[in-house]
Design a protein around this ligand. Structure first.
Ligand SMILES: Cc1ncc(COP(=O)(O)O)c(C=O)c1O
Length: 383
């Protein structure tokens, strides 16, 4: 049986249809001017994105992973050093640390799926050089205790803001709390390019200068290579696309918050707990994640009705074969592991309609009633 898609997980086609007339001439200009590599669009976007984040500098790079990697390198972190990373994050956060020869030290999550600031002290060793809070699902991590922990121990703070473009707390934007803020513009992000792209925001002029070298063969002037570095540049076409889209980001984030509020209300009506959160202001709902008891069943009922869902992420980092060398088996991070078994990401994007949200919630309600005892519970917060 073929099921027509009623509710996609994200709808980048709908977004492009609305932006076509703004984006096409900007991309065409890059092609007409043949300014493909570090052309004026890159500088323009960097300036606008820095202003948006509230940082003095922005350096465009090829991806979020490159942003994290280059930020670590520019801060002088390398082999033998340790960086504290949440156990509950996308693997790229840890991979960036491993890629520069340092060691990620994982820390359990709190009830909001964010790094548990109360466990930071116990992760500290004489080799700890930095902490990398991740603003997972679009929610700003508890930066106050994280920053004061870092200050107390002379550590650098590298924010992984790859899922939190435009999230704000006390008037400050994600990516402006730490020494550096790293962003991914992977197409499905709140601010997404038409391919891979990323950026680093910082207030430190010297660091920005180093990052410019590290992204472009270590050169300030052509063929004058000051440090050993490869090619991690943001390309001009992506910068042009991002510069157009940036103007819409706050509006899109407002729409995501509106959609989250409707989900919250409709889910509460059927007795399902909405996602936990620290504050509403600090969340831009890159993902809208609930917990369910019988996830495979719920996903299959939703899928039969043409509703796409996701799991972010099904296998925690410490249980991935790639990180077997950490020697951490099942049971090392019970909250993270429990979340990985229960979380379900519902469709979330700015263009999502009220009818689509109601369809999703109706299907969850049905899935719950299709088997007894209820397969979905509102007691789903990790304990
Ligand atoms: C939390 C987090 N960190 C890092 C990354 C890596 O970004 P990219 O895919 O652009 O390399 C992502 C993107 O998926 C992410 O979600």
């Amino acid at each position: 049986m073929t099921v027509t898609m009623q509710v996609p997980f994200v709808d980048l086609r709908a977004q492009f249809a609305a932006l076509r007339d703004e984006i096409a001439p900007r991309v065409q200009r890059v092609m007409e001017d043949a300014s493909f590599i570090l052309g004026p669009d890159v500088g323009r976007f960097e300036e606008n994105f820095a202003r948006y984040v509230g940082a003095r500098h922005c350096v465009g790079v090829e991806s979020g992973t490159a942003a994290l990697q280059l930020a670590l390198q520019a801060l002088g972190i390398g082999p033998g050093d340790q960086v504290i990373v949440p156990a509950n994050t996308y693997i790229a956060s840890a991979i960036a640390v491993s890629a520069i020869g340092a060691e990620p030290v994982l820390v359990e999550c709190d009830e909001n799926y964010l790094i548990d600031a109360s466990r930071l002290e116990s992760a500290l060793t004489p080799r700890t050089k930095a902490v990398m809070p991740v603003h997972l699902y679009g929610q700003i991590a508890p930066m106050e205790p994280i920053s004061s922990f870092a200050r107390r121990h002379g550590l650098r703070v590298i924010e992984d803001a790859c899922q939190a473009h435009g999230a704000r707390e006390g008037g400050k934007a994600a990516g402006s709390f730490g020494d550096v803020g790293c962003f991914s513009f992977y197409p499905g992000k709140n601010l997404g390019a038409y391919g891979d792209a990323g950026a680093i925001a910082t207030n430190d002029a010297e660091l920005a200068e180093k990052l410019m070298l590290l992204r472009d063969f270590g050169q300030r002037k052509k063929y004058e290579h000051l440090v050993k570095a490869g090619n991690c540049r943001l390309d001009s076409i992506q910068a042009a696309v991002l510069d157009v889209k940036l103007r819409h980001l706050d509006g899109w984030n407002d729409a995501r918050r509106r959609n989250a509020r409707r989900y919250d209300r409709k889910l509460s009506e059927i007795g399902v707990a909405p996602p936990p959160r620290l504050t509403d202001e600090g969340h831009v709902y890159h993902l809208y994640v609930i917990e369910v008891d019988n996830r495979a069943h719920a996903q299959s009922v939703l899928s039969e009705r043409g509703i796409a869902t996701g799991i972010h992420y099904p296998v925690p980092i410490h249980l991935q074969p790639a990180y077997a060398d950490l020697g951490l088996g099942r049971g090392a991070f019970p909250r993270t592991e429990r979340a990985a078994e229960r979380i379900l990401s519902l469709p979330m994007f700015p263009e999502l309609t009220e009818e689509q949200i109601d369809l999703v919630v109706g299907a969850i309600d049905d899935a719950r009633r299709l088997i007894a005892p209820p397969c979905l519970a509102n007691s789903g917060r990790p304990s």
